[in-house]
Design a protein around this ligand. Structure first.
Ligand SMILES: Nc1ncnc2c1ncn2[C@@H]1O[C@H](COP(=O)(O)OP(=O)(O)O)[C@@H](O)[C@H]1O
Ligand SMILES: [Mg+2]
Length: 239
């Protein structure tokens, strides 16, 4: 479903991705880990077609993103949900309006259908009753839940989560991970979760990818990773 082939990306001579290759099968969820500033967000942006590789390819369902033009690229993006790092909502819109936004922008759904879908999605993320609140009136955990509802409201086939729990207290972080897992069970997207939740994330994912010095240092199951003798991996995991 997702294939990344020999991806390279530099900014002003600073090499961020230095030949990354991997595949993710349909319906699989992987964790993407690595040090801060290591290129995890940059990699996700390539998968979403928001950044172009200097070299190499991103192939989704057999289509090389590079060859997709306007309408085709938009069609692909419509199948994709992105929870951005920071998970920001539009501050001037209520929770309801935030979640309705992608449906208004991207679909021809009638107002009644939008209302039904948005309220259902908010209920699924535990935000029933908060629909008329503005982002400044709710907690950080609730903002994340609302951002999650917004990313999921169009039932995406591919979901990219960039640090969905960073900045949340551990209990709320756990609840967000469980929510992501429950959403996956419901709509079985293909997903990537960028996270520092180690080892907690391991029980939710099929594989773990680790970026180190621009290269993919690890592409393994959580079990394999935890048995790894690679000194870089061991020091990163803190074993
Ligand atoms: N649009 C950009 N222009 C220039 N440098 C960038 C841009 N986006 C990211 N970078 C740089 O790329 C590196 C990797 O960033 P990022 O992918 O955000 O790391 P992380 O693994 O923490 O998500 C950083 O050094 C960052 O400063
Ligand atoms: Mg990042």
């Amino acid at each position: 479903m997702i294939q990344v082939e020999d991806l390279h990306k530099s900014f002003d001579g600073h090499v961020v991705l230095d030949g990354i290759s991997f595949e993710i099968g349909k319906g699989q969820v992987v964790a993407l880990i690595g040090g801060s500033g290591g290129g995890k967000s940059v990699l996700l942006k390539h998968l979403a077609g928001l950044m172009k590789p200097d070299k190499g390819r991103v192939i989704i369902d057999g289509a090389d993103l590079k060859t997709l033009r306007g309408g085709q690229l938009r069609a692909l993006r419509d199948r994709l949900g992105f929870l951005f790092q920071g998970g920001a909502l539009f501050d001037s819109l209520t929770v309801y309006e935030n979640v309705a936004f992608p449906l208004r922008e991207k679909t021809k759904m009638k107002e009644r259908e939008i209302r039904e879908k948005v309220l259902k999605e908010l209920e699924l993320v535990g935000l029933k009753g908060a629909e008329d609140k503005y982002p400044s009136q709710i907690s950080g955990g609730m903002v994340k839940r609302a951002a999650l509802a917004r990313a999921l409201v169009r039932d995406p086939e591919i979901m990219l989560f960039d640090e969905p729990t960073t900045g949340l207290d551990p209990v709320i972080g756990q609840a967000i991970l469980e929510l992501i897992d429950a959403c996956h069970k419901r709509i079985s997207f293909t997903g990537i979760v960028v996270t520092h939740e180690i080892p907690r994330i391991f029980s939710y994912v099929d594989r773990v990818l680790m970026i180190y010095e621009g290269k993919l240092r690890v592409n393994a199951t959580p079990q394999e990773l935890m048995r790894s003798e690679d000194p870089v991996v061991k020091s990163f995991l803190g074993y």
